[in-house]
Design a protein around this ligand. Structure first.
Ligand SMILES: [Fe+2]
Ligand SMILES: [Fe+2]
Length: 366
C-alpha cells in the first residue's frame, strides 16, 4: 500500500501477519501449523520431527494408524504425513479412516514411504492422497512438500471462505430489496480497479476484497422495515441504519481471517471533511481502504434504482463523485477513480454489473 498514511492494518496485527492469516507464500516459514507425523521407525520419526520443528511447525507424532487417529481428534493437525508399512493399522487404512472422519476430510495427507514402485505410487494416487514421497528423502524435499500442501490447502480454504461470505453478504443485502442485487460484486469490482490504479500490493487487494464483501454485513442488525422502506428515512430510522457499521465491525472483530476488513467495515461511511459516521474521522485519520471503498460504494448506490428514485446515469454519478472531492471523498481516491473512468474501466464494470443484475431480476421474476 502506498504512502505513510496507511491505516489499513487491524489492531494487533502487522500487514504480513494479516497476509499470513490469509495466504502463506511459498517460502514463508509456516510457524504455528500443526503437523501429525506417523512413522514406526523411531530414528526416522525423530529425524522428521527435528527437521519440521526447526522450521517452526508444531509436531505431534504417532507410530501406527490407531494412535494417529487418536492424535487426529486431540491435536486437530493442519497436515498429516504418514508411512505406509506399519504394524497394526497401516498407512492406507489410516488414510481411508482419516478421510471418513468429519474433521479429517480436508486435511492434506502425504505418504512418505520406502515403497516406491510405480504400482505403489499409482495405488496411493488413486486413493486421492495429496502427495507421495519416497525414502530416502532430503530435508529440502520434505519441507517443500509440506509447504506446498499447506499453501494449497490455505488457498482452497480462502476460496471457500470468500464464496460463503459472498453468499451471506448477498442474503443480507437481499433483505433490502431487489435494488441491492449484486451490490457486493459491483463494489468489489470497482474497489479492485481503484486498488490496481493505486498500485496496491496483492496482499492489500486481498484485504480490500474482504472489505468489499463484508462492508455492509452489519445490516443484518438493522430492522427490515428500515432497510426496505420505499421512501426517505426519518431521523430515527437513519440512526438505526447508521448502526450497520458498528454491528458489522463487532461481527468480525477477533476473527483473524476477517479482521483485516474491520477498518473498511467500520469506517466506510466516514467523510473526508469529518461529517460522516460512526466516529466522525476526517482526512488521513480515516483508514485508507475505507476512503477507497467509499467512492466505489457511493458510485454503485447512485447508479442503482431505488424504490423512491431512479438510478443516475454513470456520467451523472461520475460528476457527483468529482464534485465531492475534498468534501465527502479523499481527493486522491477521486483522482484514481477519474483515471479509471477515462480509461473506460468504470464503464466496463458498470455494464457487466448491469447485465448480471438484469439476468438476476429475470430469474427472480420468473
Ligand atoms: Fe454501508
Ligand atoms: Fe454498501
Amino acid at each position: 500500500m502506498q504512502g505513510g498514511d496507511n491505516n489499513w492494518t487491524c489492531p494487533g496485527l502487522s500487514g504480513s501477519q494479516i497476509r499470513g492469516c490469509l495466504v502463506k507464500s511459498e517460502t514463508q516459514v509456516d510457524d504455528g501449523a500443526t503437523l501429525l507425523i506417523v512413522e514406526d521407525d523411531p530414528a526416522m520419526l525423530v529425524a522428521f520431527r527435528d527437521i519440521l520443528e526447526r522450521e517452526g511447525y508444531v509436531v505431534s507424532t504417532a507410530t501406527n494408524g490407531t494412535d494417529a487417529l487418536a492424535a487426529l481428534q486431540k491435536d486437530n493437525p493442519d497436515l498429516i504425513m504418514s508411512d505406509i508399512s506399519m504394524p497394526g493399522m497401516d498407512g492406507v487404512e489410516l488414510y481411508k479412516a482419516v478421510r471418513q472422519s468429519p474433521n479429517g476430510a480436508a486435511i492434506p495427507f502425504i505418504f512418505v514411504t520406502a515403497r516406491g514402485t510405480r504400482e505403489d505410487i499409482f495405488a496411493a494416487k488413486a486413493l486421492g492422497v495429496d502427495d507421495y514421497i519416497t525414502k530416502p528423502v532430503t530435508s529440502h524435499e520434505l519441507l517443500a512438500a509440506v509447504r506446498a500442501r499447506l499453501q494449497r490447502s490455505d488457498e482452497l480454504m480462502l476460496i471457500q471462505l470468500k464464496a460463503v461470505l459472498r453468499a451471506m453478504a448477498n442474503a443480507i443485502e437481499a433483505r433490502a430489496g431487489e435494488y441491492t442485487l449484486r451490490h457486493v460484486e459491483a463494489v468489489n469490482a470497482y474497489t479492485q480497479a481503484l486498488g490496481l490504479e493505486l498500485d496496491w500490493t496483492q496482499d492489500d487487494l486481498d484485504a480490500l476484497e474482504f472489505g468489499a464483501i463484508l462492508h455492509d454485513v452489519g445490516k443484518i442488525g438493522v430492522p427490515e422495515k428500515v432497510l426496505s422502506k420505499t421512501g426517505p428515512l426519518n431521523e430515527d430510522e437513519w440512526a438505526e441504519m447508521r448502526m450497520h457499521t458498528i454491528f458489522g465491525a463487532h461481527m468480525i472483530e477477533g476473527n483473524p481471517y476477517l479482521e483485516s476488513a474491520l477498518p473498511v467495515v467500520r469506517h466506510h461511511h466516514e467523510r473526508w471533511d469529518g461529517g460522516g459516521y460512526p466516529d466522525q474521522l476526517a482526512g488521513g485519520d480515516i483508514p485508507i481502504g475505507a476512503r477507497l471503498l467509499a467512492v466505489a460504494d457511493t458510485f454503485h448506490a447512485m447508479t442503482s434504482d431505488r424504490p423512491y428514485r431512479a438510478a443516475l446515469s454513470p456520467q451523472e454519478a461520475f460528476q457527483e463523485i468529482l464534485s465531492q472531492s475534498g468534501q465527502q471523498f479523499d481527493p486522491a481516491m477521486v483522482q484514481a477513480f477519474e483515471s479509471c473512468w477515462h480509461r473506460g474501466d468504470i464503464a466496463k464494470i458498470h455494464k457487466s454489473v448491469q447485465s448480471i443484475a438484469e439476468e438476476d431480476s429475470i430469474i427472480i421474476a420468473a
